[in-house]
Design a protein around this ligand. Structure first.
Ligand code: MOS
Length: 700
């Protein structure tokens, strides 16, 4: 508009992450590492019963320990202003809702003194009966009002029962997924300071403004009196979006020692009861098809758990509402309240467990219909969104399946199971599954851009970088919107002192923040053009903008799609499963940065492999706790577990999703991976494993 054109645009370039050097040299500060004066250290005391009422707390021995500054219990802890969120309402009553709940806390001069004194706090309980076991036929299962994301609990189209009864080919199978624990590399940590009636927090957060607002409500403080600083986050995956008891406890203790920064870093063991997890699920899927391999009916029923003290209902059957064409369809969620910690969102909530079940069932049905699994999916491609009856802004699932099949070498695959062998007693198989994730845009983001005298542009927005690459990709978006080289962008994120931004959730960050940044840039360029002095743009000018509404969201259904292919080896003597090769092809609009984008999808697929083969919380029903509460026993895939992982990105031009043409990719990569592996395991062995993880005992 003012003659500035760039030979090289920033979007689409595989730039190294700008924060990379700081991270690898250890100078990027994570929550616990921010330097503060005279810190005090906090160590929690956790309930040793699953249900009960505290009848006495003995704090004398702890208080007598050298260096102890305070011992908080439900009797003396500061009162909260709102008890609406039962998960956050801690140390307010003597009731215990789950084993591991915080029931007291010690603040001391050193972390060692705090931990030692916490051991000396005695708690007497009156216990009651508890129920921590999810069963598909649990007598107390109920239908929640809505499920996470505001989706309908149930949906019915046509007459699925009649259609299923009449279908020429039928499948009725139940799949289960495990309890998956949030286990980020950076455990949840907080530094909380209450000084001069102001609360300052350093905490790894997916959204500082959202966290600030929930703490403001909880404690009855004006939001302006709370500042939250979170420049770097060491992994989040949904576990650092909602406030959990750890940050609340740090604030309660900060009130108890005003002026002193209180530091809390959860131990790995504490993580397993405090920061949320993905609910286990039982999923019954019924499919009916004609002899031609066209689906006529789909039914997907999920039974999952929530906590008795607070509901979280995962939207597990929602992908079944959008994936395949069938005139008759029914989907339902049922919940069971248990005496357990509150489940929460985890990478692609709903889509990840739901697509494991649906894509396993699609594989079983393809086999039952005598069809190739790739072709079976293509044959059931819907012309429009089956639930909303809206056209897709772009839908390139078929292209992903075809491109993936070509790259993977799918053509000519013999569907006979259990007949391919590799040296050493390994059975070899291949499998495929589809991937899907919505393009969300969440309201509540604003950006400001200021042109500095040195010609640099300061772009401010309270966005988050969870390790995903925001520091780099949002600068790329700003650079193109301003038509300047990316080197001239000074991005500021991760602080409530910046303009408010919606949290990084639902893979919506780039769409929401990017739309606000592009709009602020448009306004700034208009002002630049208007305020030229002798042809030189005035410095010191600033523009602010809220994220504009996107009217196209009413006209189109917006999703990213992908296809995942897996090659597995299953040892015929031991049942060990190896995955030498994963290949994913994704169509996710314009890719802002192919390097960080590839890493996101690679990470998602790896997490999906981990879900397929390894991850599983084991609960002791007698006591209600996760027994394998550390990374030695809760195994997460390591390098040795991961073979070749290929990520391919299809070019996709979607003019409707947002001004960048991008779709979220933080969650897409995990969706479908576990099904592709399970399907490959069936191809290798002839054994259909319907329960994750696929451990060796499943084969014998
Ligand atoms: Mo993601 S689980 O929506 O933070």
């Amino acid at each position: 508009m003012d003659g500035k054109t760039l030979a090289v645009r920033a979007i689409g370039r595989p730039l190294d992450r700008f924060d990379g050097p700081a991270k690898v040299t250890g100078t990027a500060r994570y929550a616990f590492e921010h330097p503060v004066d005279r810190p005090a250290y906090l160590f929690p005391v956790q309930a040793t019963v699953a249900v009960g009422r505290i009848v006495a707390v003995h704090t004398e021995a702890a208080l007598a320990e050298p260096g102890v500054l305070a011992v908080l219990t439900h009797e003396n802890a500061p009162r909260v202003a709102s008890t609406d969120d039962a998960e956050m309402t801690i140390l307010q009553t003597p009731e215990v809702a789950y084993r591991g709940q915080f029931v007291a806390a010690v603040v001391a001069e050193t972390s060692e003194a705090a931990r030692r004194a916490a051991d000396l706090v005695g708690v007497d309980y009156r216990t009651g009966p508890h129920d921590v076991e999810l069963r598909p036929d649990h007598p107390d299962r109920y239908a929640p009002a809505v499920v996470n994301g505001g989706f309908a609990t149930d949906s019915v189209h046509g007459d699925p029962e009649a259609a299923l009864a009449e279908a020429a080919v039928r499948l009725d199978a139940t799949y289960t997924t495990a309890w998956y624990q949030h286990a980020q590399i950076e455990p949840h940590a907080t530094i909380a300071t209450w000084a001069g009636d102001r609360l300052t927090l350093y905490v790894g957060s997916q959204g500082v403004h959202r966290l600030r607002d929930s703490l403001a409500t909880l404690f009855g403080l004006e939001p302006e009196r709370i500042r939250i600083i979170s420049p770097y986050v060491g992994g989040a995956f949904g576990g650092k979006l909602h406030a959990h008891p750890d940050v609340v406890l740090a604030v309660l203790c900060a009130f108890a020692v005003p002026g002193r920064p209180v530091k809390l870093a959860l131990t790995r063991q504490q993580m397993f009861s405090q920061v949320g997890y993905r609910t286990p699920s039982f999923q019954r899927i019924r499919l009916g098809a004609g002899r031609d391999g066209k689906l006529v009916a789909v039914s997907h029923e999920a039974v999952q758990q929530t906590a008795r003290h607070k509901e979280f209902a995962e939207q597990t059957v929602t992908p079944t509402r959008v994936m395949y064409a069938a005139p008759h369809r029914s989907t339902t969620h049922r919940m069971v309240r248990l005496d357990v910690p509150v489940p929460t969102i985890m990478r692609a909530p709903g889509k990840t467990p739901g697509m494991y079940a649906l894509e396993s069932a699609m594989d079983e049905m393809a086999i039952a219909c005598g069809q190739d699994p790739v072709e079976f999916r293509i044959a059931n491609e819907p012309p429009v969104d089956p639930e909303l009856d809206l056209p897709f802004s772009t839908r390139n699932l078929v292209a992903c399946l075809r491109d993936g099949a070509r790259r993977f070498g799918w053509a000519g695959r013999d569907p006979t199971p259990g007949v391919r062998r590799a040296a050493g007693g390994w059975l070899v198989g291949t499998g495929v599954a589809s991937s899907v994730y919505p393009v969300y845009q969440l309201p509540g983001s604003s950006a400001t851009i200021r042109l500095e005298p040195d010609g640099r542009y300061v772009v401010s927005i309270g966005a988050a970088d969870l390790g995903t690459g925001t520091w780099t990709t949002l600068a790329q978006i700003a650079a193109d919107a301003l038509a300047v080289p990316v080197e001239r962008i000074d991005l500021r994120i991760g602080d409530t002192a910046l303009p408010p931004a919606m949290a990084a959730g639902g893979s919506s960050g780039m769409t929401s923040w990017g739309s606000a940044v592009v709009e602020a840039a448009r306004r700034l360029r208009a002002r630049e053009a208007a305020e030229h002095v002798d042809g030189i743009p005035a410095s010191g000018i600033e523009a602010a903008a809220d994220m504009p509404e996107n009217p196209d969201r009413e006209r189109f259904s917006m999703y990213a799609f992908g296809a995942q292919f897996a090659e597995v080896r299953v040892h015929e003597a031991t049942g060990e499963v190896r995955v030498p090769r994963l290949l994913g092809v994704f169509a996710a609009g314009r890719i802002i940065n192919p390097k960080t984008g590839r890493s996101q999808l690679l990470g998602g697929m790896t997490m999906g492999l981990s879900m397929a083969l390894h991850e599983q919380c084991v609960l002791d029903p007698r006591f209600g706790h996760v027994v394998n509460h550390d990374l030695a026993n809760y195994h997460i895939a390591t390098n040795a577990d991961v073979g070749t992982v290929e990520v391919h990105l299809l070019a996709e031009d979607d003019p409707y999703v947002n001004p960048m043409g991008s779709k979220g990719i933080g969650e897409l990569g995990i969706v479908g991976t576990a099904a592709a592996i399970a399907n490959a395991v069936q191809h290798a062995t002839g054994v259909r494993v319907r329960d994750l993880p696929i451990t060796p005992d499943r084969f014998f």
